[in-house]
Design a protein around this ligand. Structure first.
Ligand code: NAP
Length: 515
C-alpha cells in the first residue's frame, strides 16, 4: 500500500498509499466515525489545536447523529439546552429551556458552519471495516464510499444509534406501516388509525401524547411502568435571550447553575440511594394528580426503584393515557399478525400501524464487529464478556483508537456533551504528547484497563442503577458497562492529562502527518 499524506486545508489534497493492486489509498491523520455531538466536537477540537488532516465518516447523507435521526413527534431533549450544547459554542437564543430535536439539529448545523468542519465530512460513507495495520502503524478503513487509512481513529458512532427491534413471532408478517422511534416516517398518516406503541421509555413517552389526539385508537404496550416526574419546560422569554447574548457571563452562570443542580442528583443515584425518596414522592404525586382513575393509576405505578432506569420527564404522558381512545396493554405480546397483535391473554388487538419505542443496541453495537485490532480480533470479541475500556476511551489491543462515549461514560442525569468534551481534552493531550516524543502508536496496558474496570465495578455496587431492574444500562450478564459511576467533574479531572505511562508506546517508523 503506498501512502500519501493529506495536508487538508492547504489545498494540497490527501496523502495516498499504493494499495496491493497498485491503486492509491488516501491517508489522513485522524478519521472520525460519526458526525453527531461526538464527531463534530472532535473535529472542532482537533482543528482548533492545529490538526487539519481529518476526515469525518458519516453513514447518513447529512450530519447530526441522534438529533438527525430522532425527529419523531414530540422529540425533545430532557437535559436543559444551556447545558446540552458545546461549552465553546453557547447559543443564547434557545427557544425553550428543554430544546426540541429540530432546534438541536439546527444548532449542530450552524455549529458545523461556524467552525468550518463540513468540508471534512464524507457522507453516505458507512464504515464497513476498520483494521489495524501494525506494520504501517495505521488503520485501514473501508467505507461504503471507498477506503482510506488513518493514523488515529476516533469512534463517535454513539451508543444510542442502532435501533433495536423486539423479537416477536410474526413481526415480519405485519402488513401495515411499522417504524422505530429513530426511523420515523412522517409520510405515514396516523389520522384515525389504530396505532400500537411498543415500549415505555424516554422515546415512547414523548410519542404517545404527541400522536394521541390524531390517532383513532392507541394501544400502549407496557412491559414495565416507568417513573415519570413533571417536566419544568418553558419558553425562554425574549428579554432573557437578549440578556444571555449581551450580559457577559450570564449564560455561563445559568449553565453552571444547571450543571451543579444536576450533579447534586449523584448523591441520590450513587452515594446515598435513600435520598431517592424525594423524586419518588414527586413522581407518585404527579401520577396521583394526573390520573384520577385508581385502576389505571395502579397499572401505571412502577414497581422498581426510582432511578434504576432513566427517570422520565413529562407533563402530558399520563393525561394522554386517560383519554378514551387510549389503552394501556400490560399482557405480553404473543404474536403479530398481518393486521393485529395478539397478546398472551388471547386478546386480538386490531392494529394499522406499529411504533417501536424499543430502544437501541447499546451493549452490542454492530460497530464493535467491524473494528479489528492488533491480534486480528474484533472489539466485539474483546468484549465478549462485556464492554470494557480504559477511562471509557481506549481499548487494550486496539492501538490509536479513541472511543467517544465509550464504555461507562454514559449518564442518566446530566449532559453527555460534558463527558465528550472531557474525552476530547484527553485526545488532544495524547496527540500533543505523542508528537512531542516522536511516538506513532499507543495501546493501553491490559492490566491498567483491568484495574480501572475493577474499580468502576466496585463504585457501581450499591448505586440505584444496579438495584435490580432491567435497563439498557446493563448488558445481558447484568453488568453495568454503560454508566459513569460518580460525579462528572471527577471524570473531567481524570481526563485532563493523557497518562502515557499507562500505555505501550511505539516510536514512529513510518512517515506521518502532524497536522
Ligand atoms: P429504552 O429506554 O431502552 O426503552 C425501550 C422500551 O421498550 C422499554 O420500555 C422496554 O421495556 C420496551 N421494550 C423493549 N423490548 C420490548 C419487547 N420485546 N416487548 C415490550 N416492550 C419492549 O429506549 P428509548 O425510549 O428509545 O430511550 C433510550 C435512551 O435514549 C433514553 O434512556 C435516553 O438516554 C435517550 N433518549 C432521550 C430522550 C430525551 O432526552 N428526551 C428521548 C428519547 C431517548 P422494559 O422497560 O420492560 O425493558
Amino acid at each position: 500500500m503506498a501512502i500519501v499524506e493529506e495536508q487538508a486545508g492547504t489545498g494540497n489534497g490527501p496523502a495516498v498509499d499504493d494499495d496491493d493492486d497498485g491503486g492509491e489509498v488516501e491517508h489522513h491523520r485522524v478519521a472520525i466515525i460519526g458526525t453527531g455531538f461526538g464527531g463534530m466536537g472532535a473535529a472542532i477540537a482537533l482543528k482548533q489545536a492545529g490538526h487539519h488532516d481529518i476526515v469525518l465518516l458519516e453513514r447518513a447523507s447529512t450530519l447530526g447523529g441522534t438529533w438527525r435521526d430522532n425527529h419523531y413527534p414530540g422529540c425533545q431533549c430532557d437535559v436543559p439546552s444551556h447545558l446540552y450544547s458545546f461549552s465553546f459554542a453557547l447559543k443564547p437564543d434557545w427557544s425553550r429551556s428543554f430544546a426540541e430535536a429540530g432546534e438541536i439539529q439546527e444548532y449542530l448545523q450552524e455549529t458545523a458552519d461556524r467552525f468550518d468542519i463540513r468540508r471534512h465530512m464524507r457522507f453516505d460513507s458507512e464504515v464497513l471495516s476498520c483494521t489495524w495495520l501494525a506494520e504501517q502503524q495505521r488503520w485501514h478503513v473501508v467505507t461504503a464510499s471507498g477506503e482510506l487509512t488513518a493514523q488515529f481513529v476516533i469512534g463517535a458512532w454513539g451508543p444510542l444509534s442502532e435501533p433495536a427491534f423486539p423479537d416477536l413471532p410474526g413481526l415480519d408478517t405485519f402488513e401495515g406501516p411499522a417504524m422505530h422511534s429513530a426511523q420515523w416516517d412522517h409520510d405515514v398518516d396516523l389520522a384515525g388509525k389504530s396505532v400500537a406503541v411498543i415500549g415505555t421509555g424516554a422515546s415512547a413517552i414523548q410519542i404517545v401524547p404527541s400522536i394521541q389526539p390524531t390517532v383513532g385508537h392507541l394501544d400502549l404496550y407496557q412491559r414495565t411502568a416507568p417513573w415519570v416526574v413533571p417536566r419544568p419546560d418553558r419558553p425562554i422569554k425574549p428579554w432573557l435571550k437578549k440578556a444571555y447574548a449581551r450580559v457577559p457571563g450570564l449564560q455561563r452562570l445559568a449553565r453552571a447553575a444547571i450543571y451543579w443542580n444536576r450533579e447534586l442528583l449523584i448523591f441520590g443515584f450513587a452515594k446515598h440511594p435513600v435520598l431517592m425518596h424525594l423524586p419518588r414522592r414527586l413522581a407518585r404525586a404527579h401520577l396521583r394528580h394526573q390520573v384520577p382513575d385508581a385502576a389505571l393509576r395502579a397499572t401505571l405505578t412502577p414497581t422498581f426503584d426510582i432511578g434504576c432506569k432513566r427517570i422520565l420527564l413529562s407533563n402530558d404522558y399520563y393525561p394522554a393515557l386517560t383519554q378514551p381512545n387510549t389503552a394501556v396493554v400490560t399482557a405480553g405480546i404473543a404474536e403479530v399478525r398481518p393486521r393485529s397483535i395478539i397478546t398472551t391473554d388471547g386478546v386480538e388487538h386490531p392494529t394499522d400501524v406499529i411504533v417501536y419505542g424499543t430502544g437501541f443496541h447499546v451493549t452490542d453495537h454492530p460497530m464493535a464487529d467491524r473494528i479489528v485490532g492488533a491480534d486480528g480480533h474484533s472489539v466485539a470479541v474483546a468484549w465478549s464478556k462485556g464492554m470494557e475500556a480504559y477511562r471509557g476511551t481506549t481499548v487494550a489491543g486496539f492501538p490509536n483508537l479513541f472511543a467517544l462515549v465509550g464504555p461507562n461514560t454514559g449518564l442518566g442525569h446530566t449532559s453527555i456533551v460534558f463527558m465528550i468534551e472531557a474525552q476530547l481534552q484527553y485526545v488532544l493531550d495524547a496527540l500533543r504528547q505523542l508528537d512531542a516524543r516522536g511516538i506513532a502508536t499507543f495501546d493501553v496496558r491490559p492490566e491498567v484497563q483491568g484495574a480501572f474496570n475493577d474499580d468502576l465495578a466496585q463504585q457501581l455496587e450499591g448505586t440505584v442503577w444496579n438495584s435490580g431492574c432491567a435497563s439498557w444500562y446493563l448488558d445481558e450478564r447484568g453488568r453495568n458497562t454503560t454508566l459513569w459511576p460518580t460525579f462528572t467533574f471527577r471524570y473531567r479531572q481524570l481526563m485532563a492529562r493523557f497518562d502515557a505511562e499507562s500505555y505501550h508506546l511505539e516510536a514512529t517508523r513510518v512517515p506521518t502527518s502532524r497536522t
